[in-house]
Design a protein. Structure first.
Length: 381
């Protein structure tokens, strides 16, 4: 591990502690936030919110973008927009950040867990298709019904783990066949594309995150992107407490959420957006350096999948055993280079261990062998 630690330190040019993914903040961010403060518009009515939404919409190619307070809120709203109700079921993958399953539970619905592809690190369309074939049918109203529980399977939420796109075209075709609403969890994949099309544009709508560890940050923040006019309008409505327009009365026409992004966060996002292309370029160069270094070792570095362009949000490699993974994590962290395993699979967590699931052999194998590396864009200032 000494060679790897030395190599990582060379990329960042420091003997100090190296975090996994740190935000790059400077004078530009200070200026934009101070301008927002001076304007007096610090809540969600500030013009910076629309400016940030428009920038992300243009960048991704989405027709609409609706900013939220965080990525989990964007996921929750996305599920509400999909019509997910108490007692429904939603398919996702076991290897994901816990927010994906938590948002499903916020709706009173139940996660169903399928396996991943080792090539993409995300949802396997083969596992999804097999799970539905074994467990579901379409009733006379076209609803996808779980034959074991009798519940409606309402939606499917694949996650583009670490910025690597899943085989989203195949997943979209399966969702179409089974009348499932496809919601992409693009929390980590801003700047990633499949066959030249940005992630998040293959289904009904998608959720982004701008948490402090993401490729650009608003401190805390998220966004729903969609090409659907009606969904975008409803997203704006329910994220602002479902308040009907009126000069002075407080009339709310449904249960809504106080989920809109404040202008101060959006101002930070506008400054960060100006860094996005540079971050993507630096992160790609870092990934190429990692790939070249690992090609001379016995370890496998996870490259972007075929026909994809990854933002390489978090770089990762595979070791040969669970014991070796733990040894790598101990040594690197003890010497000031932050590494992390993949998230604990959802079916290993007490709160989701009873979820109906497919064979999760790939998920379990990956969890025992993957190590994430420092992935902040080197040289950014």
């Amino acid at each position: 591990m000494e060679r790897l630690i030395r190599f990582v330190r060379e990329q960042y040019g420091t003997d100090e502690y190296i975090p996994l993914h740190a935000p790059v903040l400077g004078e530009l961010e200070k200026r934009y936030v101070i301008e927002a403060l001076d304007s007096g518009y610090v809540s969600s009515v500030g013009p910076q919110v629309a400016e940030f939404e428009n920038a992300i919409a243009r960048f991704t190619g989405a027709k609409h973008a609706v900013a939220t307070v965080n990525g989990t809120a964007a996921l929750h709203v996305s599920l509400v927009l999909a019509g997910v109700m108490p007692g429904d079921e939603v398919i996702t993958q076991s290897i994901t950040f816990v927010a994906t399953c938590n948002a499903i539970r916020y709706c009173g619905a139940h996660p169903l867990l399928v396996d991943i592809d080792l090539a993409t690190l995300g949802m396997s369309p083969d596992s999804l298709a097999e799970f539905l074939q074994d467990n579901a049918y379409l009733d006379d109203r076209g609803r996808c019904v779980n034959r074991r529980t009798g519940a409606t399977i309402r939606a499917c939420v694949p996650m583009h783990n670490f910025g690597h796109p899943v085989r989203i075209d195949a997943i979209a075709a399966i969702c179409d066949r089974w009348n499932l609403v496809l919601i992409e969890d693009t929390a980590e994949s801003l700047g990633s594309s499949f066959r030249g099309r940005h992630t998040g544009l293959f289904g009904s709508h998608a959720a982004l995150s701008f948490n402090g560890n993401k490729i650009i940050t608003t401190g805390g923040g998220g966004m729903v992107i969609t090409d659907d006019d009606a969904l975008a309008a409803r997203a704006r409505h329910i994220t602002t407490t479902a308040k009907a327009k009126h000069p002075w009365l407080f009339v709310h026409d449904e249960v809504g959420f106080n989920y809109r992004m404040p202008a101060l966060n959006a101002a930070l996002g506008c400054a960060q957006f100006e860094r996005l292309e540079g971050h993507l370029a630096r992160k790609r160069m870092l990934a190429e350096c990692y790939a070249e270094w690992f090609s001379r070792t016995d370890y496998h570095f996870n490259r972007e999948p075929a026909e994809c362009r990854s933002n390489y949000w978090l770089n990762s490699f595979l070791v040969n055993s669970p014991e070796e993974r733990d040894d790598v994590l101990r040594q690197t962290n003890a010497l000031g280079v932050m590494t992390r395993p993949v998230w604990t699979p959802m079916h290993y967590l007490e709160l989701y261990k009873d979820c109906l699931r497919s064979d999760l052999k790939n998920s379990e194998w990956l969890e025992s062998r993957l190590v994430n590396l420092p992935s902040s864009p080197p040289g950014a200032a």
